[in-house]
Write a protein that binds this ligand. Structure first.
Ligand code: GDG
Length: 743
């Protein structure tokens, strides 16, 4: 049993003030429509949320809220928790960074993006204010769902304070290509992506947006991912698509609603001689209204037979009227409308009916039902609910013309899909739609309607929340094996009791963090001291078991009384002894392999070859992440062909491909050492795929620990390399619980 907390920048209410009265009014908008429908539809269901709370800002004073809040209390579906933001701060947050930076950038209008530090700082402050409010309300077990681009920093602000909380984030607008995101100043883009990655599940409308997000997170924050699963800061995060649905039943029911039927009738009477073209959008440069009008003008020009027989009802809803880009747009639209009407109107007919006002829901439904064609042609739109609502409202006729640049186009492909800037294509699409036979109209509609009725808004929300919960469950499962205080206490107890101990330690990614170049991963002095202390205990056989070459190990660790394994076992130096080559084959094979690797170095900027005594390695850590991976697959295939019928093998390591003799791996080497040392306590730790060979062979006889995420044969996992030092220290001196770097 838990509570559901929804957070959006605005509450779905505004305050209406008259001289005598202050009342609350429900406001319209994509998110509001969707969530309200979900709450209404699940009102009677015994679902597992004991309470639903909606947190958001309210454009009112605390006193006004106190007077009007009874109106909200009448609503049984959710508890309302308003946030009162200082108006000046809100201005910088909302009209500033949200709608003059993020909105144009994410909708591919880079030329009008404003980069204003003050607005960004307001954005941070308001996000912090939201996080603070949520933290005050939050109770253990609550499910938190943060919505949209205005609140992208909130998930991380919450995660910092509530590491265990269940947090979802959904972006309602497009997530643009990395090329757009990179235009933001470095600190901003990092903070925004880190902000989103504070969530457990990040939802988008389309597959493309998911891919763009993952790509940006890879390029900017160097996250690792396997398909839609992202590994970041020791957490597993999912990014996935959840195309928002509509309240399908509500629009179907409206078909028989008495008020709607009456408006419908009057529209049909008034326009009995004409076909109706219709559109409704907020006033926004992303909606492509100018191109749409141009397309309509070209239609009248190219298909004059329709003059007098068609009317375009263009509804524009006032929005963001304090932002200059919006005011300018309104003027342009109105000029274009009067140009078209001036040019084509007759005494009895005018081609365009332009309205700049809110529509009542009944009126909207009646227009949806009466319109012969809906012309929905945004230049960019996260989804576009109007297109879906129109399709749901059509009974036995109706054609949707839809821009390919909307999220909805990826679901409604039976619409006539157009490019909104190709005004000739738009003109032709209008003509095609007006002449489309009824049977074809109905067939196209029925495909789309089936889809919309199946994945409606209730399904959308429950789908998101189900995946959020299962992501959380997956994280819990992975944590079962996380090395905790109790397990480490048991391990050290056995360590203390043992007479002979073998401690197998991988080097890169375990004792030292990965660096740009292998030569830069010099051991820290505290690691050297720790190894020295561990080695000086008589019962201990400490082994550095690495893929490194002899020279690096010798240079960094050669002075310690320690066992060293180079190149996964091709060379071994026992404590106090000399290096012994374990391989007798001559390394001439390298001359065959090197040219191929060199070719790949030139084909993949940033990659390089590391040549060791018995191994050739091609590193791609410093390349473009996608290109490096793709090239590594090509190289791997070519290498596999080249080594057929040779004693060689190709090994996939952490951002490295290695070619070496088959039969030499850390697993075989570890077994050889165990046989030699005969320990009654074995501890083995590593981070790489090559360490998995050890984990597999030692699984039943040793304490095996994998550093970092991913599937593993090791018994335990440790979430990061930084936790290795405090863990190994435990073998030297038992420390109080709070001193551990691991949980
Ligand atoms: C964002 C994304 C994404 C509009 N005017 C009136 C009115 N509406 C209702 C419509 C529809 C909703 O508002 C508009 O939804 P959109 O999807 O078209 O656009 P945004 O508000 O910009 O929403 C968008 C959406 O989030 C959901 O994720 O689709 O891409 O930009 O439901 O019916 N309703 C009434 N009168 C109006 O004047 N009654």
């Amino acid at each position: 049993m838990s509570r559901l907390i929804i957070i959006s920048s605005r509450l779905p209410y505004s305050i209406d003030k008259t001289d005598e009265n202050i009342t609350l009014r429900q406001s319209s908008g994509g998110l509001v429509s969707a969530l309200k429908s979900f709450f209404e539809n699940t009102r009677d269901q015994q679902d597992h949320y004991t309470e639903k709370i909606w947190i958001g800002s309210l454009d009112a004073s605390v006193e006004e809220w106190e007077t009007a809040k009874d109106d909200a209390d009448d609503n049984q579906d959710f508890r309302v928790e308003p946030i009162f933001v200082d108006p000046e701060l809100y201005e910088g947050f909302y009209n500033g960074f949200s709608n003059s930076t993020l909105w144009p950038l994410f909708h591919y209008f880079p030329s009008i993006v404003q980069y204003d530090k003050n607005s960004y700082s307001s954005y941070i402050k308001v996000n912090e204010q939201f996080a603070e409010k949520i933290l005050n309300i939050y109770q253990k077990g609550d499910v938190i769902w943060v919505h949209d681009y205005q609140l992208m920093l909130v998930p991380k602000l919450l995660r910092d304070k509530l590491p265990e909380a269940t947090i979802g984030f959904f972006l309602h607008i497009p997530f643009p290509s990395y090329e757009l995101v990179r235009l933001l100043p470095t600190a901003w883009k990092k903070q925004i992506l880190e902000g989103m990655l504070g969530a457990d599940l990040i939802g988008f409308h389309t597959h493309d947006y998911v891919q763009h997000f993952i790509q940006s997170a890879k390029m900017i924050l160097q996250v690792e991912n396997q398909f839609n699963t992202i590994h970041y800061n020791n957490r597993v995060i999912k990014a996935d698509l959840f195309p928002i649905g509509i309240d399908y039943k509500k629009f179907r029911n409206a078909i028989s609603d008495k008020v709607v039927v009456a408006i419908n009738q009057s529209l049909e009477d008034r326009f009995s001689e004409q076909k109706i073209l219709f559109s409704v959008d907020r006033l926004d440069y992303t909606k492509g209204l100018n191109y749409r009008l141009k397309g309509f003008e070209e239609f009248l020009e190219k298909y004059p037979e329709w003059i007098g027989k068609v009317v375009f009802i263009l509804n524009v809803i006032p929005s963001r009227d304090l932002i200059p880009a919006y005011i300018e747009r309104k003027r342009e639209i109105e000029e274009k409308v009067s140009t078209i009407n001036g040019r084509y109107s007759t005494l009895h007919w005018q081609p365009l009916i332009y309205r700049f006002n809110h529509l009542a829901f009944d009126e909207l439904c009646a227009l949806y039902q009466t319109a012969d064609v809906a012309l929905i042609t945004p230049l960019r739109d996260g989804m576009n609910l109007v297109a879906k609502e129109y399709v749901a409202s059509c009974l036995d006729k109706g054609v949707l013309i839809l821009s390919e640049l909307t999220g909805a186009a990826s679901e409604l492909n039976e619409a006539i899909i157009v490019n909104p800037t190709d005004t000739e294509e738009v003109a032709d699409a209008i003509a095609e739609a007006l002449l489309m036979p009824l049977i074809e109209q109905r067939s196209r509609l029925s495909y789309m309607q089936r889809r919309l009725s199946q994945y409606d808004v209730v399904k959308w929300i429950s789908d998101f929340l189900d995946v959020l919960n299962s992501t959380k469950e997956e994280q819990r499962q992975q944590r079962v094996n996380l090395l905790n205080y109790e397990t480490m206490a048991q391990i050290t107890q056995q360590y203390v009791q043992a007479n002979k101990r073998c401690i197998l330690l991988d080097y890169d990614g375990t004792l030292a963090p990965y660096q740009k170049l292998p030569s830069m991963a010099v051991p820290a002095s505290e690691i050297i001291d720790l190894l020295n202390d561990l080695c000086s205990i008589e019962q201990n056989e400490v082994v550095i078991i690495s893929g490194r070459d002899v020279d690096s190990l010798d240079k960094w660790l050669g002075k310690l009384p320690i066992n060293l394994v180079a190149e996964h076992g091709a060379c071994i130096k026992y404590k106090g002894g000399d290096w012994q080559q374990q391989v007798t084959t001559s390394p001439e094979w390298k001359d065959e392999i090197r040219p191929l690797m060199e070719l790949f170095v030139t084909r993949c900027v940033g990659s390089f070859i590391e040549e060791k005594g018995n191994t050739l390695a091609w590193h791609y850590r410093n390349t473009h992440p996608d290109l490096g991976f793709i090239r590594s697959r090509d190289l791997r295939n070519s290498l596999l062909q080249l080594i057929t019928n040779t004693p060689l093998q190709v090994i996939d390591g952490n951002k490295v491909l290695e070619v070496r003799l088959a039969g030499i791996d850390k697993g075989a080497t570890a077994l050889k050492l165990i046989k030699q040392f005969q320990p009654d306590f074995t501890f083995c730790i590593g981070d790489d795929t090559t360490d998995e060979d050890m984990f597999r062979v030692l699984r039943d006889t040793a304490f095996t620990v994998r550093v970092g995420g991913g599937n593993t044969a090791a018994k335990y996992t440790l979430s990061s390399q930084q936790q290795v030092y405090p863990l190994l220290q435990k073998f030297l001196a038992p420390a109080p619980k709070e001193e551990y770097g691991y949980s």
